[in-house]
Design a protein around this ligand. Structure first.
Ligand SMILES: C[S@@+](CC[C@H](N)C(=O)[O-])C[C@H]1O[C@@H](n2cnc3c(N)ncnc32)[C@H](O)[C@@H]1O
Length: 228
């Protein structure tokens, strides 16, 4: 998809957001850790603490992950922008792209091709808008199996909130020689051949006021061919 042909304001995204969170808006904001990237996210002054129980329930059934840039996504995006040699010239897949933050960082850092994958069609729409906002081109797929061609590196941030996603970490290694994964959900994550290469603190944007443990983000590397 040519990002420049995507309209920046998306009526369907706005409609889905206000169905879940009355009065909420989508607004573009720069990332605190990587101000060279801006994303369309939930308006930062939305009074999340005033949600009614039925609104919370609706949200849990229809999570709008793409309206946030998760702490792990921010950290992995920063890591790629700071270390462009990790992706330069490579074919990269961002698994669980959400807003598209990590894939956008990979594209800005010089990846030759970026595929953004998410099971949520709204996340793919949001990713297309955010790619356009940042002037990069991403290929979108809803199903990992549909990603065509060679993939040199899989990048993945904050998908282990759902423990059923754990087996993906081994599957990735039969599809690509290297994986970079950022996570703050599993304490003391330990899965061969993943090894921790970085740890730092970050918050989700807009800030969800998550407990301190979920602000401690680690980046893990598996596979060969990439500098740590
Ligand atoms: C917490 S969000 C993280 C988004 C983004 N990576 C970030 O860090 O801001 C998790 C995203 O992963 C997607 N996801 C979860 N399980 C998935 C799966 N099995 N396949 C593809 N996408 C998945 C969700 O739909 C959601 O958009």
């Amino acid at each position: 998809m040519n990002p420049l042909s995507v309209p920046l304001v998306d009526a369907e995204l706005t409609q889905c957001l206000s169905a879940a969170l009355p009065g909420a808006r989508i607004e573009s904001m720069p990332l605190p850790l990587s101000p060279e990237i801006s994303l369309y996210l939930l308006n930062s002054d939305y009074p999340q603490h005033q949600l009614l129980p039925e609104q919370m329930l609706y949200l849990m059934e229809n999570p709008l992950y793409w309206t946030f840039c998760w702490a792990s996504g921010q950290v992995l995006a920063r890591h790629l922008l700071q270390n462009p040699e990790l992706v330069r010239g490579l074919s990269v897949l961002d698994f669980g792209c959400g807003s598209g933050v990590v894939g956008i960082a990979a594209a800005l850092a010089g990846a030759q091709r970026v595929i953004a994958c998410d099971i949520d069609p709204l996340a793919l729409r949001a990713t297309a808008r955010n790619a356009a906002l940042n002037g990069v081109d991403l290929n979108l797929v809803a199903d990992f199996a549909d990603a065509a061609g060679d993939i040199d590196l899989i990048i993945v941030a904050d998908v282990l909130y759902d423990i059923e996603n754990l087996p993906w970490l081994q599957r990735f290694l039969s599809r690509a020689p290297s994986v970079l994964m950022a996570d703050s959900r599993i304490k003391d994550f330990n899965m061969h051949p993943y090894r921790r290469v970085k740890q730092c603190e970050a918050s989700t944007l807009p800030d969800l006021d998550e407990s301190p443990e979920f602000r401690q983000v680690s980046i893990y590397l598996a596979g060969n061919g990439l500098p740590a």
